[in-house]
Design a protein around this ligand. Structure first.
Ligand code: ADP
Ligand code: MG
Length: 688
């Protein structure tokens, strides 16, 4: 099917404006149709001074009874408007001479603005002024989501013009509308852009009005359609079924481990091996809280693929973590006669070609690395399984590129590798149900036995001295400690500087301890050396930036200090805290904060204090941030909901899910038309 040419938004002039419109996702007239107001202003009626209440936005008409530029207490224009019911002050802190003329004494004007309680009774600051007696608006005035550099008035005009040229045809047949009691599409969007003066404002604001119901249904239907499609497409893809007998290899690996797999691990390994035997690619998300033991599960999955004579790629978002995986996997796999290779971007080019050759001819069975694995120069012999750790850290592009590594040109369909995604940031069920309907999900819902929950303490920054004494005592007991430096969002250099300062400070107050430091600017060999020294106990206190956030596993570390904890996000704090509590000893996480705390920061720290359950943390994180920010989903390519809410609109979600399946089975043209309208250039096309 040919791609529809996107129509230029009506007469939008300069390219600067176009760029701003694009930032809002407005590429065509059609996009403007579903760019809906966030609220409305009522310019359909006039109020009287006597009826105006503080906080209300009003429109008043009257005569200017007084107008003067005052110089004290500051320069400002002050005027007084009088109607037949009373008078009210108007005030401008910045003004042009033209504005001053507009409200000269004696003028008849209409003013509009929010009523505030001022020094001399009620007032409006910076009201909008026009001539008295003009026509009143017939409909409520829309206020659209906009972006910097694009005024409400300009956007209103552009959308208004776009609506005149847009297509309002209904993508849902009459029968469907009747069945789900939906109003027509044209009626719904026209109502939402320009609601009649007599509409119940609350039904718009709470999005319960039938017009909103229709829009939300349409949006959910588009989402369900695209998810169902992604799934259908995957089932049509081909992958090598990995079916070799793994009994002996599994038995040997089990025998080697110093622990027994938990029931949850056994169950998930079975789910994965079952999937791998299918002739289409597995897309499985393995969710397990920090410390739940996902790495060993990945090792068993890899073993199944290797038993079936294919290669496995394990990819981690940071070099530190990838390297740790390499150590663990080598220790487990090498005794089984499996060749494991480390591959990173910073690796010396000398010898690298040999490694690449060994991968390309299949001598190496398991490759562990970072993003370097998806560089085009890496060619696999027969890639059967790709494992992504901390999958939410990778962009969609990277995930796709790795999948394409496996495409082997056979006579018929390309073979894709199976994919196992692992994540310690659990996605709440409701969100997973709609957003990840295309992934199969396995959950490690039990921690290995003998773990004690980490005790979390909140400590104001001025009680550092007590903390230092505590660190000293802990280390004298033979334990190890992390000190995480504050996040400095705006500058990596500054963040590095804080780490260096903190290191010097700790060395000065704890002179007889061996203190190390790790941060993102270290060369990878230096990083490795520091981490090895920490792992072996040579270093007892490790000052670190957030490079240690994910995955790092040193079970003897029992105390973690997070400085300026109020600057971190909830998911990040939970990840960091997961670096301790990995052995049998009781661990403590101290959240050092700088008062006063903002309301949101207080909510986050309280959540950390109250629970250590990753799913509960995720649920609260979702509540604090909303699904858009949560997990950085915005960049993940997952279609987000703008209007519907999966919690409150769960009935609509179910209806849309049912209808999506029906349309895909019986009315593909309807489904396609609907996707065209809603997927805004995301190019989802049905293949018939
Ligand atoms: P995560 O799920 O956060 O990636 P890891 O795979 O790093 O967790 O495992 C955390 C720690 O728990 C590791 O030291 C690992 O060896 C250990 N571990 C994993 N499974 C078990 C088990 N069944 N019993 C005891 N310890 C285990
Ligand atoms: Mg891990």
């Amino acid at each position: 099917m040919p791609e529809p040419e996107p129509k230029a938004v009506a007469q939008s002039s300069s390219s600067a404006i176009e760029r701003r419109l694009q930032r809002l996702g407005l590429h065509s007239n059609q996009d403007c149709v579903i760019h809906l107001p966030i609220r409305y202003e009522d310019e359909t009626q006039l109020h009287t001074v006597a009826s105006a209440r503080v906080g209300q936005t009003v429109q008043l008409e009257g005569q200017i009874a007084y107008s003067e530029v005052q110089l004290r207490p500051r320069r400002q224009l002050v005027a007084m408007l009088r109607d037949e019911t009373g008078s009210i002050s108007l005030r401008w802190l910045h003004f042009y001479p033209s504005q001053q003329k507009q409200v000269a004494k004696g003028k008849l004007v209409r003013v509009r603005g929010e009523i505030r309680s001022g020094f001399n009774g009620l007032e409006i600051v910076h009201p909008r002024v026009s001539k008295a007696g003009g026509a009143l608006a017939a409909t409520l005035t829309p206020v659209y989501p906009t972006t910097e550099g694009l005024t409400q008035a300009k956007l209103r005009k552009i959308i208004g013009q776009a609506l005149e040229n847009a297509d309002f045809s209904d993508t849902l047949p009459e029968a469907v509308r009747q069945r789900f009691q939906l109003i027509g599409f044209a009626q719904a969007v026209r109502t939402l852009h320009h609601p009649p003066a007599n509409i119940t404002l609350a039904s718009l604001e709470e999005r319960t009005h039938p017009a909103w119901q229709r829009i939300k249904f349409d949006e959910l239907l588009a989402q369900q359609l695209s998810l169902a499609l992604a799934r259908a497409l995957r089932l049509q893809q081909k992958a090598l079924p990995l079916v070799a007998d793994h009994t002996n290899l599994f038995k040997t690996l089990r025998g080697q481990l110093p622990f027994q797999l938990t029931g949850a691990q056994e169950r998930v390994i079975a789910e994965i091996t079952h999937d791998l035997a299918r002739p289409y690619p597995m897309h499985r998300l393995l969710q397990g809280d920090v410390g739940s033991g996902k790495t060993i599960v990945a090792a068993f999955a890899a073993l199944k693929a290797i038993a079936s004579k294919t290669q496995v790629a394990v990819m981690a978002p940071t070099e530190l973590l990838a390297e740790q995986h390499f150590h663990k996997l080598s220790a487990w796999m090498s005794p089984l006669g499996i060749k494991v290779q480390w591959l990173s971007g910073s690796q010396k080019s000398k010898g690298k070609q040999e490694i690449l050759n060994a991968i390309a001819c299949g001598d190496i069975q398991l490759v562990v690395g970072t993003q370097a694995l998806i560089q085009t120069s890496v060619e696999f012999h027969r890639l059967g399984l790709v494992i992504l750790d901390e999958q939410h850290r990778f962009g969609v592009g990277q995930r796709l590129a790795l999948g394409q590594k496996g495409e082997q040109q056979t006579d018929t369909t390309p073979l894709l590798p199976h994919q196992l995604n692992m994540s310690a940031t659990p996605i709440p069920r409701t969100l997973a149900m709609t957003l990840f309907a295309d992934l199969d999900v396995s959950v490690l819902d039990a921690l290995p036995p003998g773990r004690q929950a980490v005790v979390t303490k909140l400590l104001a920054d001025n009680r550092r001295d007590e903390l230092i004494a505590h660190i000293y005592a802990e280390i004298k007991k033979g334990r190890q400690v992390y000190w995480v430096c504050p996040l400095v969002e705006e500058s990596e250099a500054l963040q590095l500087q804080t780490a260096v300062d903190t290191h010097a400070y700790l060395q000065s107050v704890l002179p007889d301890l061996s203190i190390g430091m790790v941060h993102g600017r270290l060369k990878s060999a230096e990083k490795t050396a520091v981490m090895d020294a920490f792992r072996s106990g040579e270093i007892s206190l490790l000052v670190a930036t957030t490079v240690i956030e994910v995955g790092v596993d040193v079970p003897n570390a029992t105390l973690m200090v997070i400085e300026h904890a109020e600057r971190f996000g909830l998911a990040q704090l939970h990840q960091l805290r997961g670096r301790v509590g990995r052995g049998a000893a009781q661990s403590v996480c101290v959240l050092l904060y700088q008062p006063p705390l903002s309301a949101v920061a207080r909510q986050r720290l309280r959540a950390m204090y109250e629970t250590s359950d990753g799913f509960e943390i995720a649920r609260r994180d979702l509540a604090i941030r909303g699904p858009g920010e949560f997990l950085g989903l915005r960049q993940s390519g997952v279609p987000l909901l703008r209007f519907a809410d999966i919690e409150t609109d769960s009935r609509l979600v179910q209806q849309a899910q049912a209808l999506a399946a029906e349309l895909l089975a019986n009315a593909r043209d309807v489904a396609q038309a609907h996707l065209d309208r809603w997927m805004q250039g995301k190019h989802v096309y049905l293949r018939s």
